[in-house]
Ligand binder design. Structure first.
Ligand code: NAP
Length: 295
């Protein structure tokens, strides 16, 4: 069994990006600038955004954190988005999800300028991804593809089961792995809460991407020997023995699954850090495209 070490690979990617940023600086060019918008006080969201800003500092990007209170109106948020769209200093930005219930998430994502949508959630970018055109790939699936590629995990012709069909993880993951590309060319099945014979499907899978948000859902008796496991889930479980009062659990029962796997991502230290690294990669891409347009 080999660990797909997202912590190490993401650190390699951040080092690679830092070199590119240093080269930009040496040439007197503008460095990439990422903005992050967060609405409300969700603890997990604040942690994620904090980690994104810290990663920007690490690689030498400029960053701006925009924090709004929970009772911010949709109109106020849309006004800020318009401002970010037209502000030439900002190369890319993200709106941290989930948003408070009174704000229409879809309307907000549609308002983001597709050329600054480094999360890759805008319909234009989702469409470009589906059509295999250059675009910002959504960071979590992009990070998984990069992990599979850098560890040379065989995917060509393999049976892949993706558990979960969310717009940000499961669906794009299934599209990317079925495409003619590195870490692609697989035969992909997408499972969800209405799937009837899940265990039958997972027992036949060579690779399982587990992204449903149910702690320790995938057990050892649901998989065959030699399978590759990508655990996307992050659930906070109360744990009084921990200083912060909780521990993080993946969607995979690591104890029973890891011994049967050929490759597996741990939680934490697997997919999570890759997501942040790929967001940085998308921001670097946004900067280089803006630079082309400025010429
Ligand atoms: P989501 O939007 O809640 O989607 C969950 C998906 O799982 C849905 O498609 C749902 O089916 C399916 N599902 C739920 N219960 C199921 C069951 N018993 N059997 C089969 N399928 C089931 O979740 P998400 O945003 O994709 O996130 C999934 C997990 O990944 C969460 O723990 C989240 O925190 C984590 N995550 C991690 C990262 C990272 O960077 N590591 C990034 C994003 C998300 P229906 O469509 O039928 O409802």
């Amino acid at each position: 069994m080999e660990i797909l070490d997202g912590k190490k690979i993401s650190s390699d990617i951040k080092d690679e990006i830092a070199v590119e940023v240093a080269q930009l600086k040496a040439k007197g060019e503008k460095v990439p600038h990422l903005a992050a918008v967060i609405v409300g006080n969700d603890g997990a969201s604040k942690t994620y955004v904090g980690a994104k800003v810290k990663a920007c500092n690490f690689v030498g990007f400029e960053s701006t954190l925009i924090e709004f209170p929970e009772d911010t109106t949709e109109a106020e948020l849309l006004a800020k988005i318009e401002e970010l769209n037209t502000n030439d200093v900002i190369d890319g930005y993200i709106v941290q999800l989930p948003l408070p219930k009174h704000i229409d998430e879809h309307k907000v994502l549609l308002a983001v300028d597709a050329t600054k949508d480094v999360d890759g959630f805008h319909p234009v970018n989702v469409g470009r991804m589906a059509l295999e055109l250059p675009t910002f790939l959504p960071a979590t699936p992009y990070g998984i593809m990069e992990l599979l590629e850098r560890y040379n995990v065989p995917t060509l012709g393999k049976n892949v089961v993706v558990i979960g069909r969310s717009h940000i993880v499961g669906r794009p993951m299934s599209i990317l792995m079925s495409q003619r590309r590195a870490a692609g060319d697989a035969t992909v099945t997408v499972a969800h809460s209405k799937t009837e014979n899940l265990k039958e499907l997972t027992l036949n899978a060579d690779i399982i991407v587990v992204a449903l948000g149910v702690a320790e859902f995938l057990k050892g008796d649901m998989i065959k020997e030699g399978v590759t496991i990508i655990d996307v889930g992050i659930t906070r479980i109360e744990d009084a023995s921990k200083k912060r009062g909780f521990r993080l659990a993946g969607d995979v029962d690591y104890e029973s699954v890891a011994p049967k796997s050929s490759f597996i991502t741990p939680v934490p230290g697997g997919v999570g850090p890759m997501t942040i690294a790929m967001l940085l990669k998308n921001t670097l891409l946004a900067r280089s495209r803006h630079m082309e347009n400025e010429k």
